[in-house]
Structures are given as structure tokens and as C-alpha cells.
Design a binder for this molecule. Structure first.
Ligand SMILES: C[S@@+](CC[C@H](N)C(=O)[O-])C[C@H]1O[C@@H](n2cnc3c(N)ncnc32)[C@H](O)[C@@H]1O
Length: 138
């Protein structure tokens, strides 16, 4: 994946072609990709049975699918700037029978606001696409 600069546009980068290839390509860039999400599930296993979970930069939904299967009463909010990645995520979530448990915000994380709080959040392989310390903190 390319290194972003100030002009990097994640929504354009993660277009339909990229979203289609993503699940295969990410495993060649990161052979431990599936193990990473399984570890996340293990770390979070003490959360409430009905936890609210924020997936910040949800991509095609890897975290949501792993956590959703492991914790069947959790609910999720998926935030991503790419409409094509979000569409792929929605499709996978629906195929897994989890559509009722996932809400979506299509936009930049920096602009996402929630009226309710979350029990936990993940942001896996995302912040390197956000240029500058202030933007990352936001
Ligand atoms: C490499 S993917 C990671 C997806 C997922 N977390 C995973 O583990 O496979 C990075 C995702 O972050 C999203 N993204 C990058 N910058 C973003 C931003 N500023 N706001 C929201 N989403 C962003 C991209 O659209 C892309 O879907």
C-alpha cells in the first residue's frame, strides 16, 4: 500500500477495485492478518455480554465479522470514508446474518461523532493513512 502524504485521499484509494481485491491482498501484505483479529477478540473477551463496539476504519469488516461471531450479542458501528469498502462490509455483514447488529457511518473518522459511548474500539491498519499528528489525534 502506498504511503500517504497530506493530499492522500483514502476514499479514492480504497475504490471499488481496491475493495474487491482487499481481502486477498491484505493477507499477502500481512500474513498474520487473521491471527491479529483473533488476538483482538481474545483481548476483548472481558467486555460486557452486550457491548457496543466501534470499528474505526472498518474496511471490508474483518474486525466486525470476527468479533460478531465470537460475541453474538455485541452491536457495532462501522466508520469508514470509502463507500466501496463500506459496501463490501455491508455485503459481508449481511451474508454473515449480522445486518441487524451493525450501524454505518460513511465519512472521515475525524468528523465522526456519536451520541452514545462505546465499550471498546479498534482501528487496525488505519492511522498511517491519516497525515499529521493533529489529524491522527482528531
Ligand atoms: C487498510 S484498511 C483496514 C480495514 C480494516 N480495519 C482491516 O483490518 O482490514 C484501511 C481503511 O481505513 C479507511 N480510512 C482511511 N483513512 C480514513 C479516515 N480518515 N476516516 C475513515 N476511514 C479511513 C480506508 O477507507 C480503509 O477502508
Amino acid at each position: 500500500m502506498s504511503r500517504p502524504d497530506a493530499a492522500f485521499d483514502a476514499a479514492a484509494h480504497f475504490d471499488e477495485a481496491s475493495a474487491t481485491r482487499y481481502d486477498r491482498r491484505i493477507r499477502s501484505f500481512c500474513p498474520s492478518y487473521d491471527a491479529l483479529h483473533q488476538m483482538t477478540a481474545a483481548w476483548l473477551s472481558r467486555l460486557p455480554e452486550r457491548a457496543e463496539f466501534l470499528s474505526a476504519g472498518s474496511g471490508t469488516g474483518a474486525e466486525i465479522l470476527v468479533l460478531g461471531r465470537r460475541f453474538p450479542f455485541w452491536r457495532f458501528t462501522a466508520v469508514d470514508v470509502s463507500s466501496d469498502m463500506t459496501t463490501a462490509c455491508r455485503r459481508r455483514v449481511a451474508a454473515a446474518g449480522m445486518a441487524e447488529r451493525v450501524a454505518y457511518f460513511r465519512g472521515r473518522l475525524q468528523e465522526f461523532r456519536s451520541a452514545t459511548s462505546f465499550d471498546a474500539a479498534s482501528s487496525i491498519f488505519v492511522s498511517h493513512f491519516i497525515a499529521g499528528r493533529e489529524e491522527k489525534l482528531a
